[in-house]
Design a protein around this ligand. Sequence first.
Ligand code: GN1
Ligand code: MG
Length: 360
Amino acid sequence: MENVLKSIINQFEIQSEFESFQELNSGHINDTFLIKTIQKPQYVLQKINNIVFKKAKKLIGNKIFVSNHLQQKLKYLPQKEIQQKVLCFVKAKDGTFFYEDANGNFWNASIFIEESVTFLKAENTQIAFEAGKITGEFLELTKDIDSAKITTILEDFHSVTVRYHQFKKALQHASEKKINQSKELIHFIEEHIEEMQEIDIAIQQNKLPLRVTHNDTKISNILFSKENKALCLIDTDTVMQGVLHFDYGDAIRTLCNTADEDEINTTKIGFNFEFFKSYTEGFFQTCKSATKQEINLLPISIKVLPFIMGMRFLTDYLNNDSYFKTTYQKHNLDRATNQFVFVKKITQQFFKIKEFIQAQ
Ligand code: GN1
Ligand code: MG
């Protein structure tokens, strides 16, 4: 592995020499490595999963476009600060921003942001507040991009309706055993599908502005400083046209779940109302452009995003785990169960959630 990574990073214009590498295990799709070099900067090298991402070059194009835009917006800041707040991609020796290996895999590299930390869960309200600020800021700083200029990398990524169809299709091909194991979850989907389509319908009726959205705002995609200040929203692979609810709801999905995404002890799963309040306050502090109609649908987005993820994990389980990385046989089934228990916990506090959002 070391030799492979060494030869790949050398296809990019790096400033020093390869020393060692460390696999970063946070993602479910791509392979990501920290490349340590003799002198700083160090690099993050990413191999894009070409089964999931058929438009890898366009994906990298989106990432560069958004980084350039953010850099322009923040150019009043000292250079050093910009480098901590925006992903900076490294050119390949052929002048592009990617390298295609002999197997047709695409790789890209960015400068590693030093002294940053990530979390799998929010540890306190300050972290939740900071997460709100940075996700709100991303939407605010990108609001002037014509979102149609960004290539759609994965069609209908957050469409409940399309995800439901994919789930139904998976059911048709799944083994009897898996269907039996999933009975309660299948029932949960059928019971709630209508309620979860509210955002889809508003989009169809052109009631929500289409923005540039990050689409994967889980807490592990936020870099924090040692002082717990949010620095940078990373993993811009799924930056696409979308509605603000995707980013707001998906951040709360991981921030406010008292358990990890694949926790199997469901008694540990709860909705942390304090973190929700702090996140929302942080979000509105930076995202000043949210319209009344957008705000009206924020509460439901808190249920919709974990509902989509639960449905996607279950679909993948029924499809024999062809999409998400798993480490044991029922991994995706456990993840799906987790997400649906979380939706139930949200429902118990939904009245309070709505009240708090409306008061913003
Ligand atoms: C996947 O690969 P990763 O961890 O960045 C998924 C997201 C999910 C997330 C759940 C392209 O993201 O949509 O929210 O897992 N990305 C894709 O943890 O499907
Ligand atoms: Mg991602």
